[in-house]
Design a protein around this ligand. Structure first.
Ligand code: CTP
Length: 129
């Protein structure tokens, strides 16, 4: 089974590692779409701390990740799922219900987020030290 997931993975933390490891355990091949700097700017109104090529390389270096690509557009999600021949789309449950439309082309699974950690919170903690 081929698994796909998406995310920014900025200021990489253990919550990111946990979801990628759990996603990989759901199949035997994991593809990760790492969202581009421009896409993040559109979504969150700020650029990530780490550049997209660095975020991509950090994710690619993990033992649980088989393949990576840059996600340039939210509208292309269906295309990415098809092109990467994904059987299962995995997302954290902060996205619960948001990707149900893809059930027409693959299984959609939301995994519980790791509590008490996020990129936004980590940046805030560092700022306030
Ligand atoms: N994720 C998770 N547990 C966390 C944080 C993130 O399982 N504590 C998952 C998200 O649900 C998503 C993936 O990791 O499927 C990538 O999330 P991303 O948005 O890059 O990380 P966040 O830490 O949530 O970033 P931000 O604070 O900027 O929203």
């Amino acid at each position: 089974m081929r698994v796909i997931t998406f995310g920014t993975f900025d200021v990489f933390h253990v919550g990111h590692l946990n979801i990628l490891e759990r996603a990989r355990e759901m199949g035997d091949h994991l593809t990760v779409g790492v969202s581009s700097d421009a896409l993040n700017f559109d979504k969150k109104g700020r650029l990530p701390i780490y550049l997209q090529m660095d975020r991509l390389r950090l994710v690619e270096a993990l033992g649980c990740v088989d393949e990576v690509f840059i996600e340039d557009s939210l509208e292309l999600k269906e295309r990415y799922i098809i092109d990467h021949r994904a059987d299962i789309l995995v997302m954290g449950n902060d996205w619960q219900g948001k990707f149900d439309q893809f059930e027409a082309i693959c299984q959609v699974c939301y995994l519980p987020r790791t509590p008490s950690i996020s990129t936004t919170e980590t940046i805030e903690v560092i700022k306030n030290r």
